[in-house]
Design a protein around this ligand. Structure first.
Ligand code: SAM
Length: 457
């Protein structure tokens, strides 16, 4: 039974973590020497359970979505094990450095990642990196092996850049006392502990991170019968016992108005989630009495589902500071494009230019600097016919001379070459967040300029 808090420093011989893999490997049948570490998250000799594979893949997807890295980022894979997380990240054009206390694990990682592998044998509690080195850190199923979590969090914060974030995806309440953990602690000597969401959030803030958030990890996925789903679709806002619309005997006519009631309802509903240590069973009954009707029951079930998911497996993201959206990780991409100068008619094959003024009407900083993996904004042109059907997709591009803040204007010129076929065309001008999206696809209006192309005699 594990009763210690996340902030508590436990006595533990970390050499046991180093020896665990070796012990596991040498104790296996020589024909089945754990080659699944080379195939993770997929099956291999010694592991062919699709549920385990899917759990690993889901864990990766939830954690990395929560971290929200951009291509070109430098990400630290903490407790990388056999480095499959690093391997998958590199397929997303993300640079990784894998760190693990176990050289045996890193040897497997070296083989998986090949000659370009960047690996470091090291301890979370004293990371072998300079301060401010990384854009992000991912720690999947490793923090719960560490005796001093507060120190580890400070170390991780230290090696992140100011805009850096770290994600922790860890087993939650009940992990240390589970039969599997008990067996592994006994057979391998490794440390297993519960990572409790509320405590980890507090510890992140205590370590100096400015933001900390927890995401629900819904695995296995919740299932709903057709009746339940119909009821969920039909449900409106939960009603209150004291709501005047449901006024009945005992209703206080002086009760606050619906808006205030709603606010109060939400506060009451969230209170158990915020309470240190989470929700206690004895809180359920007053809560249920406070709520009423089918809608409220559904809302309650959803809340309990999310709460249980968070308790069983917290996915916590901590940020060194508030991060604002830029074109590497855009939020709202909107541009107002005004044509300043454009020819109405050109000869076939003639070079011409269009000059525009563009205002950043979204909330995302447009980065101008070109990178091999995109994430910078350029002025783009497509060539379409008079029915707006595509003729040339990448008709032209013009890099911006500077970054553009939301609300800011910039002038740009795009050089184009008229098609060799005479006829009526339109130039569609739009901004493009390179390798991410054309602004039109995000709901931003492009500008269409008619273009007559005449035959050269
Ligand atoms: C359960 S494995 C997870 C591996 C990998 N993240 C994955 O998802 O496949 C935990 C890893 O954390 C490493 N580890 C344990 N304590 C550590 C410490 N103090 N510093 C660095 N790594 C540690 C172990 O050697 C092991 O490889």
């Amino acid at each position: 039974m594990s009763l210690e808090r996340t902030g508590e420093v436990l006595a533990h011989d970390k050499q046991k973590e180093v020896e665990a893999v070796a012990r596991k490997m040498t104790s296996l049948d020589p024909d089945a020497r754990g080659d699944w570490l080379f195939t993770l998250p997929f099956a291999g000799t010694g592991m062919s359970n699709p549920r385990i594979s899917l759990g690993e893949i889901y864990n990766f997807a939830v954690s990395i979505m929560a971290l929200d890295p951009a291509p070109g980022d430098w990400i630290l894979d903490l407790g990388s094990g056999s480095c499959w997380v690093s391997e998958w990240l590199s397929r997303m054009l993300i640079h990784t450095v894998s760190v693990d206390i176990s050289p045996d694990m890193l040897r497997i990682g070296q083989q998986r990642l090949g000659p370009g592998a960047r690996l470091a044998a090291g301890d979370f509690e004293a990371l072998p990196f300079a301060s401010g080195s990384f854009d992000g850190a991912v720690c999947i199923s490793a923090l719960h092996h560490v005796p001093d979590i507060p120190r580890t969090l400070s170390e991780i914060r230290r090696v992140l850049k100011d805009t850096g974030r770290a994600v922790f995806s860890e087993p939650g309440r009940g992990h240390a006392s589970s039969p599997q953990s008990q067996a592994e602690m006994q057979e391998l000597g490794v440390l297993e502990r519960d990572v409790v969401a509320a405590e980890l959030l507090d510890e992140c803030l205590r370590a100096g991170f400015q933001t900390a958030q927890v995401h629900p990890y819904l695995f296995p996925l919740p299932a709903h019968s057709p009746e339940e789903w119909r009821a969920m679709q039909a449900s409106g806002e939960p009603r209150l016992r004291s709501d005047k619309r449901d006024a009945g005997p005992g209703v206080n006519p002086q009760a606050p108005g619906p808006d205030q009631q709603r606010r109060k309802w939400v506060q009451r509903l969230l209170a158990p989630l915020r309470a240190p240590g989470g929700f206690r069973p004895q809180q359920r009954e007053p809560m249920e009495r406070f709520l009423m009707g089918q809608d409220a029951r559904l809302a309650w079930q959803c809340l309990v589902g999310v709460r249980n998911a968070i308790e069983a497996h917290p996915v916590v993201v901590a940020g060194k500071e508030e991060r604002r959206p830029d074109s590497r990780r855009p939020a709202r991409l909107r541009a107002a494009i005004t044509v300043l100068d454009a020819p109405r008619q050109v000869d076939a094959g003639e070079r011409f230019a269009i000059r525009v003024r563009v205002r950043n009407d979204g909330d995302t900083l447009w980065l101008a600097r070109q990178t091999p993996w995109g994430g910078f904004v350029a002025l783009g042109a497509k060539l379409v016919d008079t029915n707006n059907l595509l003729v040339v997709h990448d008709y032209g591009r013009s890099l911006l001379g500077q970054d553009v803040e939301p609300g800011e204007n910039i002038e740009a010129e795009i050089g184009l070459v008229a098609p060799t076929q005479a006829g009526e065309y339109r130039v569609k001008l739009d901004m493009v967040d390179e390798c991410i999206a054309w602004f039109e696809h995000m709901g931003s209006p492009p500008v269409l300029r008619p273009l007559t192309v005449t035959r050269v005699e």
